[in-house]
Design a protein around this ligand. Structure first.
Ligand code: PRP
Length: 210
């Protein structure tokens, strides 16, 4: 009998896309799981267990082996820099990380940048040779330039609606983001058959949709 594969799923905007991808790959995740408030969901018929985590915590659960594998955005992977094995680009939840500001923004002496991604932002501006003060926020990042907390922000852009509705402009795109399948390094060896067969199933769906 196969062991249970513990899968850290990100709560929120990626979850539904990820569970839809699993279903397309022939893994019938019951519909009621999508609406459940339970945090640990056994799926014995699939030899799996879903762990519903905050997206930013998925790499942590996987690095420490509390989950064998996980689904997480490249943005979080870049920011958290956890020791996990990136197995697959799932091609879902596509968006980009960008520098954003007010249309009349000009370089000044004091430059502040607000973001949920302080490591990514600091590295980017260092590479650009720009001296900035990075301020960590946890959400509604677009508020910062609107009310004078920062000159610019580094944030995700998906449809661009949040920018448009708040009169902000995208100045530079830093990198493209999609969701990734990641694995704990030990689990990848110990449960290789199960993980590999899941990767193969997912890869077929991804390739067919490209
Ligand atoms: C994200 C991101 C932007 C918005 C981009 O925020 O931080 O604010 O989505 O999407 P759009 O280009 O389609 O408008 P999220 O909704 O995750 O909430 P947050 O403000 O709490 O980060």
């Amino acid at each position: 009998m196969a062991e249970t594969l513990k899968v850290a799923m990100p709560k929120g905007r990626i979850y539904k896309k990820a569970s839809a991808l699993f279903r397309e790959a022939g893994l019938p995740i019951p519909e009621e799981v999508d609406e459940s408030r339970k945090l640990v969901i056994p799926l014995p018929e699939l030899d799996m267990e879903f762990i519903l985590a905050k997206p930013v915590d998925v790499p942590t659960f996987v690095e420490y082996g509390a989950a064998d594998i996980g689904i997480v955005g490249k943005d979080v992977l870049m920011e958290e820099n956890r020791d996990v094995y990136e197995l697959l680009d799932l091609g879902i939840a596509r968006c980009r990380m960008s520098v954003i500001g007010l249309p009349d923004w000009k370089p000044g002496i004091q430059q502040r940048v607000a973001t949920k991604y302080p490591n990514v932002a600091s590295q980017y501006f260092r590479e650009q040779g720009q001296q900035v003060e990075v301020i960590k926020l946890n959400g509604s990042i677009e508020l910062a330039p609107l009310i004078g907390l920062s000159d610019r922000i580094v944030d995700m852009v998906e449809t661009g609606q949040t920018l448009r509705e708040n009169g902000l402009v995208e100045m530079n795109s830093i990198f493209e983001i999609t969701s990734r399948l990641v694995a704990n390094r030990v689990s990848y060896r110990m449960k290789n058959g199960q993980i590999q067969s899941l990767c193969d199933r997912l890869q077929k769906v991804i390739s067919a949709s490209e």
